[in-house]
Design a protein around this ligand. Structure first.
Ligand SMILES: Cc1ncc(COP(=O)(O)O)c(C=O)c1O
Length: 338
């Protein structure tokens, strides 16, 4: 499953410890240091220069934002929330919590079809994708942004696997962000990038994430979140700030996953599985052209838990999702059994 197993980096744990005396309420908006660190990270790692720190908002992990964004935006019955066909289930859950209707959108044509049925108020993108590892390129993202804007929809792009790209060199070029000027056209109106440190920094237990983009939208979310108590604890804000300033631990973690991925790829090939997409992110999207339950059972008989692709929508029903999140020793043991 997709839960990290390697230690939390010492530089991050130390920042948490150093901030443990926290008698006062933390800032819902995030400390200025944190918001500046997010803007610097976007410039350094994601090709997004000049992000306004006012357009940054820490979140208690990103799952809560995914689940509550439609509600926080005031969506409700009659509104449509679009998400990818094969997707992390929380996009659908969030639409339903708000009383809105989830619809599947992977392309501009899909979006136009959905818009003919009702007002699409929110479009979720997820690149790199969980579970498929597919990456949207600049042109695909830009086209979806343009189409969503023409319908007045907010575009929220869940990018939590962006640092885990397997393309080419050891220091890969960044996976495009929705805030990239080539995607946004230099105008962040209606755009929100959602990012989490759970995966890149082994911080899932800290609940450390943020959203960034359109400062007007962020301010609206801030007003609601303040009153709803959706506040990131002060020591976690300090840990998040330290993690964003340190690229070394992210590279080290990427290399750990890269070598596990190579072992698993080789063993899956030997066992007759084909890998689709999986260009980035924490998963291998594997198929043997059989129902996912059969593949799950085959792995289970060998003591290995994988997720059936059907968890992520009917279109995933002939795949399984295998996470890279096991120790080197467990990965080697699993590969040897196949
Ligand atoms: C696509 C996607 N979005 C969001 C999350 C939530 O991560 P977290 O709540 O740990 O930030 C996950 C976790 O698996 C995910 O795969």
């Amino acid at each position: 499953m997709g839960t990290p197993v390697d230690p939390t980096p010492e530089v991050v744990a130390e920042a948490l410890r150093a901030a443990s005396d926290a008698p006062g309420y933390p800032q819902t908006w995030g400390t200025p240091e944190l918001r500046t660190a997010v803007a610097a990270w976007f410039a350094r790692r994601r090709g997004v220069p000049g992000l306004d720190p006012d357009g940054v908002l820490p979140t208690v992990g990103s799952k809560e934002l995914v689940a509550w964004l439609p509600t926080l935006l005031g969506l409700g019955p009659g509104d449509l929330v679009a998400h990818p066909r094969i997707a992390y289930p929380t996009y659908d859950v969030g639409a339903r919590l708000a009383g809105a209707r989830p619809v599947v959108v992977d392309s501009v044509d899909d979006l136009e079809r959905a818009a003919a049925e009702g007002p699409v108020r929110l479009l979720w993108l997820n690149s790199p994708s969980n579970p498929t590892g597919r990456v949207l390129d600049v042109a695909e993202m830009a086209a979806l942004v343009t189409a969503a804007r023409s319908h007045g929809a907010v575009v929220a792009s869940d990018e939590c696997y962006a640092e885990l790209s397997w393309a080419g060199a050891a220091e890969p070029s960044p996976v495009p962000s929705v805030l990239d000027p080539r995607v946004s056209g230099g105008d962040l109106d209606g755009l929100l990038a959602v990012y989490s440190l759970s995966k890149q920094s082994n911080l899932a237990g800290y609940r450390a994430a943020f959203a960034a983009g359109d400062p007007v939208l962020v301010r609206e979310l801030l007003q609601v979140r303040k009153h709803a108590g959706m506040i990131v604890p002060a020591p976690v804000q300090a840990a998040l700030t330290a993690a964003l300033a340190d690229d070394a631990h992210v590279s080290a973690q990427r290399e750990r996953y890269r070598s596990r991925r190579a072992v698993l790829l080789e063993a899956l090939g030997r066992a007759g599985f084909r890998i689709d997409d999986s260009a980035a992110g924490l998963y291998l999207w594997a198929t043997r052209d059989e129902a996912s339950a059969e593949s799950v059972a085959w792995f289970a008989e060998r003591g290995v838990l994988v997720a059936p692709g059907s968890f992520y929508g009917p279109a995933g029903a002939r795949h399984v999702r295998m996470a890279l999140t096991a120790t080197d020793e467990r990965v080697a043991a699993a590969a040897a059994r196949w």
